[in-house]
Write a protein that binds this ligand. Structure first.
Ligand code: G3H
Ligand code: 13P
Ligand code: ZN
Length: 333
């Protein structure tokens, strides 16, 4: 058993309280390789933003859970080396699918876990979430749960159709499970294809797809029923057109990729939404930069030659999200 406290990590409790009161959101960035992690830490250290490092099931399969945990421990030391005296870094399990997975992360030094039982019937979601909360809270590890189903298909996370979170269930769910934060469904979804072209309208000037707006009425109803309770938005990549274009211009094929407009995420961050999950934008920034570099430098074969600009591009993107979208800069001085 290793406590996250020994690793210099923090849980989400204080972080979320301040974020809800201050009208900003904490970035939750997924990582599965060193360059992503370096870019996240450089961006957080430079902007003095609290940050949540997320590890998904796909990341654990790809990179190994043990290695990722040691990388997060190293990230705390690295942040200090970069001049961030008191780094506020959370190591979070993203979309935990069982009690056993959550327990293994709690026992191994994660400071926060998500139990995603949202595809189970309501009462079973409550029972499993409660079991995880009871275990995790013994070690002061915070727990995120999910209510409602997100649309989209993304490797390990899929749902044929989405069901918005029912506001009346949110209060019952939060009270009975004792969870610390609740992921809700208001129209976001995982991946780079969040909406079909048929669901969108077309901007007459640019010809770009414009997605339907998020269900802010559902969010506000939940806020009213659970004042001050931390709300989480998954599937919140904005799928920046510049990265989609960069991929496509240099040999990629990402037709009709569309995400959540940043103005809507900015609006959500001002509400009780205090954690915003971003993974796909990092994938797009990295792939776009690598494709461009290799197309322009066909003789290069040292991975450092193309991973360095990819890391720079991701860092730029993370800083942009922190400063211009979530508003978490300077909140971890
Ligand atoms: O929530 C989904 C994340 O983007 C993780 O996806 O399982 O492919 O790493 P992944
Ligand atoms: P995106 O695919 O929109 O980046 O969402 C990531 C996510 O929700 C991770 O849990
Ligand atoms: Zn997610």
């Amino acid at each position: 058993m290793v406590s996250y406290k020994e690793l210099g990590l923090v849980n989400t409790r204080e972080m979320f309280k301040k974020a809800v009161a201050g009208g900003y959101a904490i970035p939750a960035f997924n990582f599965n390789n060193m360059e992503q992690l370096q870019a996240i830490i450089m961006a957080a250290a430079e902007t003095k933003s609290p940050v949540i490092l997320q590890v998904s099931k796909g990341a654990r399969n790809y990179a190994n859970q043990t290695l990722l945990r040691y990388m997060a421990e190293g990230a705390v030391a690295y942040a200090k080396e970069l001049g961030w005296e008191n780094p506020q870094i959370v190591l979070h399990l993203d979309h935990g699918d069982s009690f056993e997975t959550c327990k293994s992360c709690v026992d191994f030094g994660f400071s926060s876990v998500m139990i995603d039982a949202s595809s189970l019937p309501y009462e079973e979601n409550i029972a499993l979430t409660k079991k995880v909360v009871e275990y995790a809270h013994q070690f002061d590890v915070t727990v995120e749960a999910e209510l409602g189903v997100l649309a989209g298909v993304e490797d390990e996370v899929s749902a044929a159709e989405s069901h918005y979170t029912k506001p009346e269930e949110a209060i019952d769910f939060a009270t009975r499970t004792g969870c610390d934060a609740l992921a809700i469904s208001i129209g976001t979804s995982h991946g780079a294809y969040k909406f079909t072209p048929e669901q969108c309208t077309k901007d007459p000037k640019t010809g770009r797809l414009v997605p339907p707006p998020l269900a802010f009425d559902v969010l506000h109803e939940i806020e009213k029923k659970l004042p001050g309770f931390p709300i989480v938005l998954h599937g919140s990549s904005s799928v920046p057109q510049e990265y989609v274009d960069m991929c496509n211009q240099y040999g990629g094929n990402l037709p009709n990729a569309v995400g959540i407009p940043e103005e809507q995420l900015r609006e959500a961050a001002k509400s009780a939404v205090c954690k915003i999950n971003i993974d796909s934008d990092s994938r797009l920034a990295m792939t776009g930069a690598i494709r461009k570099h290799l197309a322009e430098n066909p003789s290069h074969f040292d991975p450092r030659q193309y991973l360095k600009p990819a890391r720079e591009e991701m860092k730029k993107m993370y800083i942009h999200k922190i400063v211009n979208v979530l508003g978490s800069d300077g909140k971890a001085e």
